[in-house]
Every structure is written in structure tokens, then in C-alpha cells.
Design a protein around this ligand. Structure first.
Ligand code: ADP
Length: 803
């Protein structure tokens, strides 16, 4: 036995003769027309117009003191007496009795131990009278007003739906006095869960028990939408059939939807029996005409559920149904507020750092908002993930599928949410354990950048208080079906490949987050645009200044040079000037030439900055050839080996500037080289290249100069082709990687390594940036350097995505 019950169970508690009930045919059981009543009470069916008795339960002898034959076709006064019969007539016209059983009177039948409560309602043109022993002969009826008032106040203060349900269970148990009160909550797939419970302390808990949809068959659910309460005070008690079974006037069975005495289905009594219950009382929780859940009360022994108790419970069920929507709303509201707060905090951090993937780490982060077990962000051609998520190749394929989905491309609500991804996207079968549920939104105008939340299969998230696998298998009259353990197993089957569903409030929060992220991305772009405008303005001013300064300074410099030359000429013929004086004049001449060289570099730099670039299809190999010819006269190039590991491509760029870049980088690579076997390599790398091909390193050399490292490419250059010039020269200390690009910055004494103005790299970087590209260096001192640059087709081009 699951629950030790003071009453020994009879395995076949019903006398009703029905056979062949199976789990599948219970959906078609005639729940509302069973043709029998619970035999602890009796029932009469009257013709509405003259109150003649048309049908009676066949236990009228023992219960009402008259056999069916003495009742059928006779006026109801035979049982009620004349006065009450007249009162009934008035009651029927005055009270709202259609489908609502109301208390009429208590009568004492001669020779009966207990007085009987009579309730009356009408259905389908007949009057139904139900007779039950009062059960309240010696006790006072409960004070409805106080009960409902107290319950309403407690329910109104509940902070969550869970607490609301717990209070409901406690209040119903207090009023009904039954051993166990459970609050079943239905899920969207009609399966259910014991969501709250109040029970006799010595009974085991069913809290958290999940059961499949068919545990509560459809016809029962339909009835529960119409009635508030369903008493079954003696589940193993006898049933009394109606005589005749069909209404003699209409030939129809009696619709017993609203009868408190309606005989229960075999399925239900078996279920109760397997749950260890001898009596039950069930109430509906209805929200917006939908069956939200049930309040199921069980008692280990036969129970007394007189009209007064039922009425009080009914009132409670109505009150609970009435107040539940606002409790749900409160909870959703709080949840939504919490999610929005998390998202805002997270975006504030993201705005500070400038990187979207900041959202996934630190506090608060993405997983603190919408309840999920994993999340992934695809942005700037790469994935950032947190929690349990599918592997990256699977994510790539999922993203590709998403981008083709119409709901994801919808302009108004671009969102895809599913609690069973494998059903709509079969490859998800392989990662159902981490991602049966998916909520996805695009975070840019196009669908390339996306944000995903994942949930695992429901079975994996359900915390089960008392392990159902530890429960003994109970055999009911029809085998082990409909026991908590079997129910749980069936439920587990029914939720395979399914996650907890995404609530509308979560989907809306995801959409709002999307808008906020887009704002952030857009406002960052605007910021960048403003900064760029500011920069180009000051650049233009600087260029103008440089030009004017360079141009105007050359004038007096020419004068100084002229006078110095004159002085020198005079000095040569005048013995009055000392050797020292002559050297000083020579120094003036050297310094002025140097200053002129610097001014020329400045002028070249500013002139280039002022001219538009002129893009065309340029054969890089041809440009390299020109550069080599130009450099051929320079002494540094002598003995340097040139390597080109693979044929150079055609590039859309400004030919003159590309020549300038290459000649500067190659010139430097030759100049800053003190090795005995100097070499220079010119090549390129594509983002898809996994291994970089170069000529083999010269034998005997241990350390190789670095190759462009794809992992260290600046963000703006990611996803683009990288051109490079690499050497086995003297290398550069990492601390100087940026300094060498500053105007006139040299790392060596003026004349060392063939001298130079220190403007070459500044000018090269400017040329690359005019194309919208990047120029940077990686190097290892004593080993060598690699100068890398990109030349995007157009300056505004966004890094290409490879997803
Ligand atoms: P310049 O060569 O006229 O001095 P650059 O702007 O071309 O000016 O280079 C600036 C400095 O960067 C050089 O003085 C040198 O110290 C360093 N440098 C440039 N290229 C290399 C290289 N390939 N290897 C080592 N150091 C280099």
C-alpha cells in the first residue's frame, strides 16, 4: 500500500456492472450520464410542470422509506408532504436553480435514524432532488462569512502564486477537515503537477508529483468547467442505479453533471484507491473560463461532506479562482520587473566596456534575467556562451536554420520560441539534454547577430521531493496503471524532448532586451561616427597646419642655407676664421639639410592626407616588382633574399599608396636586419586559413619570426584578408609596437641602420587607414618582425561574418 489506511481496501469496491474499461476508452466514459448515484444518498427526478416523480434511485426503500414502485408516477408530495411540495413549487420559480443545486429543507423521514438535507436543481426540463443525511445534527454549521473573509485576506497578501496555492490548500483543509488537500496545476500540454499541499503530518507528501494529461480524462475536465465542487464521501461505497434508467417522457438518460450524488467512474475510483484514498472532494479553479487547476482533497476513511461543508468549500473555490489572476499578475509583474532590472544593469556594464559579450559574465548577467540554463550570443562573427549550450558547430548550424525562419525575420516581433526544438528542428535531437527549449531574437537589423536562451528537457529540471521510483508498485483492480509511480513514469514519457514552456512575459522581456541592445549598438555607432567626424576635422586642421608650416618654414630655411653657404665660401678664403668656426658653419649646413628632409616628409604626409584615394584593380605582384626596382639602388637591399610563399592577389586599392606602403615596409625590413642571411617575405592570410604556409626556415635557426596571429587581429580587421611583410631582422620590443608609428619616432641613433626620418611608418599607416584598413606589428626582438595590414574594399565595410 502507498498509504497506510485504517480501512482495509476491497479491490472491487463497485457493484456497478461495467466491463472492459481501459486507459484509452476513459475519454469516452459517460461521466455525466452514469445512471447511478452514490448510495449513501437518494435521488428523485420530477417532471417540471406537475412535479410528478419520473425516476428514482433504486435505494429509495432504505433511504426514503418507500420502494421505487411506490414513488414512480406519483406526486412528490408522497415524500415531501403537501406543505413542502407547495414550498418547492415556489422555490423553483423564485431561486436560480438551473444547474445549481440549492438547499431546500431538512426533513425527517419516519423510522429513519438521521434527518435528510434536500438540495434541488433543474436540468434539461426536469427537477432533481437529492437527499443526504445532514451530518450536522449535533454540530454547528461553519461561519461562512468569517471563513471567506479570512481566506480572502490571506490570499490577497500572498507574494507568489506558489504561496497563494499553499494558502488555498491550508484554508480548504481547515474547512473540510480532510486528511490531504492538494492543489493540482495544469500545464499547457494538459499534464499536471501537485503544486501545493496541506496534509495530515503522518502522511507522505505528494508535493511535486507530476502526472500525464490522461490521468484526468477530457470528459471530467469538461464537467469541472461547469461545476465548482465534486464530492465523493465514500469512494468504496455502493452505487444505486436509477429506475427507470431513462426518462419515460423523453427516453433520455439523466444529465447528472450538477448532481452531488453522481456515481463516480470506475477509472476515478481506481485512481483514488491506488492513491490510498477512501473519500474525495474536488473543486475547480477556473481562470478566464479555463480550467487552471483542481483542488483535490483525499481522506483515508469515509468522510462526511454535508451540504454546509460543500457550500463553504465551493465559496472558497470561487474566491480562489477570483483572486488567482491578480496573484499571477503580481508574480508576472515582479518577474518582469526583475528581468528588466537585470537587463538594464547588464547593458549599463556593456555600454561601459563597449563589448556586447560583457553581458554573459559578471553581475548581473544574462542568466540572472530570463530563467534559462544556458545562453549564447553571436556577434561580430563569433560566439560567446554561458551555462549549458550546444557545441559551437551545432550552434553555427542552428543559427543558419534560424536565419531562414519567417518568425525570426518578422519585422514586428522577430522572435522564435519553442519548448520542443527537436520537433521543429530534428538535428536538435542530439543536444535535447541541454536545449529542448529555445528562445531566440536577432539583435541587429539583419539576422546575423543573435541572442539565444536554452532550457533542457523538463524531466531534468523537475526537482522531485520523494523519488517516485522508490514508491512501491501498487496493483489496482486493473493492474499498476493510475498509481503515482506509473503516472510519473508516463508523464516522464510525455515530456521527453520538451522543456518548460517560455512564458509570454519572458518572450516580451527578450524582445525588449533586443530593442535595448539595438539602441546600445546604434548609439555606440553614433558615438563612433561623432568621434570620427571630430577626428577628421582635427586631422584636416592639422594637415592644413602641417602644410602651411612645412611650406612657410622652408622659405627661411632656404635663406639660412644660402647664408651658411656664403659664410663657408668666405671662410675658405679668409684665414681669420678658426677651424672651430668652420666646423660650426658645416654643422649649420648639415642641420639645415636634415631639417629640410624632415619638412619634406611632413609635406608629403599632409599632401597625401589631403588627396582622395583612387581605387582600382591593382595587381599586387606587379606593384611589388616596381618597388623592388625602386629599392634596387639602395645599399641595404644587397644580399637580402625575397620570399613570396604564394602568388599575390589582385587588390582593389589605390596603386600609388600601396606602392608607398610596400616600399616602406620592405625598405625597413631590409634596413633593420643584421643577420648574415637576411630575408623578407611578402604574403597574405585569409580568415579561413588554418595553417599558414611559408617557406621553410633556414636550417639551423631555432626561433622563427612570428607570422600574423589570427587570434590577435584587431577587432576592426577580423574576418578580412591580412597582407604582411615579414623579416628575420633585429625585431622590436613589445613596448615600442605603437611608438614606432608616431611621426619622427626612431628607436635608434640618427645615423644607425642607414638613418631615416622616422616618418615612413606614420605615412604607411595613414595610407592603410585611408582605405579603411589597419596596420599593426607583431615582433620578437632578435628574431624578426611581421607588419600586417588590411585593405577593405570600402572604408565603411563591416567585418564580414563567417556564420
Ligand atoms: P625610419 O625607418 O625612417 O626611421 P619608420 O617610421 O619607417 O622610420 O620606422 C620607425 C622606426 O621603427 C625605425 O626607426 C625602427 O626603429 C623601427 N622599425 C621599423 N621597421 C622595422 C623593422 N622591420 N624591424 C625592426 N625595427 C623596425
Amino acid at each position: 500500500m502507498i498509504v497506510s489506511s485504517p480501512v482495509p481496501w476491497e479491490l472491487e469496491p463497485y457493484s456497478i456492472k461495467r466491463h472492459g474499461v481501459t486507459i484509452t476508452n476513459c475519454d469516452s466514459e459517460p461521466v455525466q450520464t452514469p445512471g447511478c448515484v452514490q448510495a449513501h444518498g437518494a435521488l428523485l427526478v420530477l417532471r417540471r410542470c406537475d412535479l410528478t416523480i419520473l425516476q428514482t434511485s433504486d435505494n429509495s426503500g432504505p433511504r426514503l422509506g418507500r420502494l421505487p414502485a411506490e414513488l414512480l408516477g406519483r406526486p412528490v408530495a408522497v415524500i415531501l408532504g403537501d406543505a413542502l411540495a407547495v414550498q418547492l413549487e415556489a422555490f423553483l420559480t423564485r431561486e436560480p436553480v438551473v444547474g445549481t443545486p440549492l438547499f431546500l429543507a431538512t426533513i425527517q423521514i419516519p423510522n429513519q435514524a438521521e434527518a435528510l438535507d434536500i438540495t434541488v436543481h433543474t436540468v434539461g426540463g426536469v427537477v432533481v432532488l437529492e437527499f443526504e443525511a445532514t451530518g450536522y445534527a449535533e454540530t454547528r454549521a461553519p461561519d461562512y462569512y468569517t471563513i471567506v473573509k479570512r481566506t480572502a485576506a490571506r490570499l490577497g497578501a500572498a507574494a507568489s502564486v506558489r504561496e497563494f496555492c499553499q494558502i488555498s490548500a491550508e484554508e480548504v483543509r481547515r474547512v473540510s477537515g480532510l486528511d490531504r488537500v492538494m492543489l493540482y496545476r495544469f500545464h499547457s500540454d494538459d499534464s499536471g503537477e501537485v503544486y501545493a499541499e496541506d496534509r495530515r503530518p503522518d502522511l507522505p507528501s505528494w508535493l511535486g508529483l507530476h502526472y500525464p494529461a490522461h490521468d484526468i480524462p477530457k470528459p471530467s475536465r469538461e464537467i469541472f468547467k461547469k461545476i465548482w465542487i465534486r464530492p465523493l464521501p465514500d469512494a468504496r461505497g455502493e452505487l444505486a442505479e436509477l429506475v427507470p434508467l431513462l426518462n419515460p417522457d423523453t427516453g433520455q438518460p439523466l444529465d447528472m453533471t450538477y448532481c452531488a450524488l453522481r456515481g463516480a467512474s470506475v477509472m476515478y475510483t481506481e485512481y483514488l484507491q491506488n492513491m490510498g484514498a477512501a473519500a474525495s472532494l474536488t473543486m475547480s479553479i477556473l481562470c478566464e473560463n479555463k480550467l487552471w487547476g483542481l483542488i483535490a482533497c483525499h481522506h483515508c476513511t469515509r468522510a462526511r461532506l454535508p451540504y454546509q461543508v460543500r457550500a463553504a468549500c465551493e465559496l472558497l473555490a470561487q474566491r480562489i479562482s477570483l483572486q488567482l489572476p491578480s496573484a499571477e499578475e503580481r508574480e508576472f509583474h515582479q518577474y518582469r520587473a526583475r528581468m528588466d532590472e537585470v537587463h538594464l544593469g547588464m547593458l549599463a556594464r556593456t555600454a561601459d566596456s563597449g563589448e556586447l559579450d560583457t553581458m554573459l559574465t559578471g553581475r548581473p548577467a544574462l542568466l540572472d534575467g530570463i530563467a534559462a540554463t544556458g545562453a549564447a550570443l553571436y556577434h561580430r562573427a563569433r560566439w560567446s556562451t554561458v551555462g549549458s549550450v550546444p557545441l559551437e558547430p551545432a550552434l553555427d548550424r542552428l543559427a543558419e536554420w534560424l536565419r531562414s525562419r519567417p518568425e525570426f525575420l518578422d519585422r514586428e516581433r522577430p522572435v522564435l520560441e519553442t519548448d520542443s526544438l527537436a520537433t521543429v528542428y530534428p538535428p536538435a535531437l542530439e543536444f535535447a539534454d541541454v536545449a529542448s527549449g529555445l528562445l531566440a531574437v536577432p539583435i541587429a537589423r539583419g539576422p546575423s547577430s543573435i541572442l539565444l536562451w536554452f532550457r533542457p528537457e523538463t524531466v531534468r529540471t523537475v526537482a522531485w521531493g520523494g523519488n517516485p521510483h522508490d514508491m512501491p508498485t501498487v496493483l489496482g483492480p486493473n493492474g499498476p496503471r493510475l498509481t503515482p509511480r506509473t503516472s510519473f513514469a508516463l508523464w516522464q514519457e510525455s515530456v521527453r524532448l520538451r522543456s518548460l514552456p517560455w512564458l509570454p512575459v519572458e518572450v516580451n522581456a527578450a524582445l525588449t532586451l533586443r530593442l535595448m541592445m539595438m539602441d546600445l549598438v546604434v548609439s555606440r555607432l553614433e558615438q563612433l561616427a561623432a568621434l570620427n567626424a571630430e577626428l577628421s576635422r582635427s586631422n584636416a586642421e592639422l594637415d592644413a597646419f602641417t602644410y602651411v608650416a612645412g611650406h612657410d618654414l622652408k622659405e627661411p630655411l632656404r635663406g639660412i642655407r644660402k647664408y651658411a653657404a656664403g659664410l663657408m665660401h668666405e671662410a675658405e678664403s679668409s684665414p681669420a676664421l678658426s677651424e672651430e668656426g668652420r666646423e660650426r658653419i658645416a654643422a649649420i649646413q648639415r642641420l639645415t639639410s636634415r631639417m629640410e628632409a624632415l619638412l619634406n616628409s611632413l609635406l608629403q604626409y599632409s599632401r597625401m592626407g589631403r588627396l582622395q584615394i583612387d581605387r582600382e584593380e591593382v595587381d599586387m605582384a606587379a606593384v611589388l616588382q616596381e618597388v623592388l626596382e625602386m629599392l634596387a639602388t639602395q645599399p641595404e637591399l644587397k644580399g637580402v633574399q625575397l620570399r613570396v610563399p604564394r602568388p599575390l592577389p589582385t587588390v582593389r586599392c589605390d596603386r600609388v599608396r600601396l606602392r608607398g606602403i610596400l616600399s616602406n615596409l620592405i625598405g625597413n625590413a631590409c634596413k633593420y636586419n643584421d643577420k648574415t642571411g637576411p630575408w623578407v617575405e611578402v604574403g597574405f592570410v585569409d580568415p579561413s586559413d588554418t595553417t599558414l604556409k611559408t617557406d621553410a626556415a633556414p636550417p639551423g635557426r631555432a626561433a622563427e619570426p612570428p607570422l600574423p596571429d589570427l587570434a590577435r587581429v584587431p577587432i576592426e580587421a577580423r574576418g578580412q584578408r591580412i597582407y604582411y611583410v615579414r623579416d628575420n631582422g633585429i625585431g622590436i620590443e613589445p613596448g615600442h609596437f605603437e611608438q614606432i608609428f608616431k611621426m619622427f619616432k626612431r628607436l635608434h641613433p640618427r645615423e644607425a641602420y642607414g638613418g631615416g626620418s622616422g616618418a615612413g611608418l606614420t605615412i604607411s599607416r595613414k595610407f592603410v587607414e585611408q582605405h579603411g584598413g589597419k596596420l599593426w606589428v607583431e615582433s620578437e626582438p632578435q628574431v624578426g618582425s611581421v607588419f600586417c595590414f588590411t585593405l577593405p574594399d570600402s572604408p565603411q565595410e563591416e567585418p564580414a561574418s563567417n556564420g
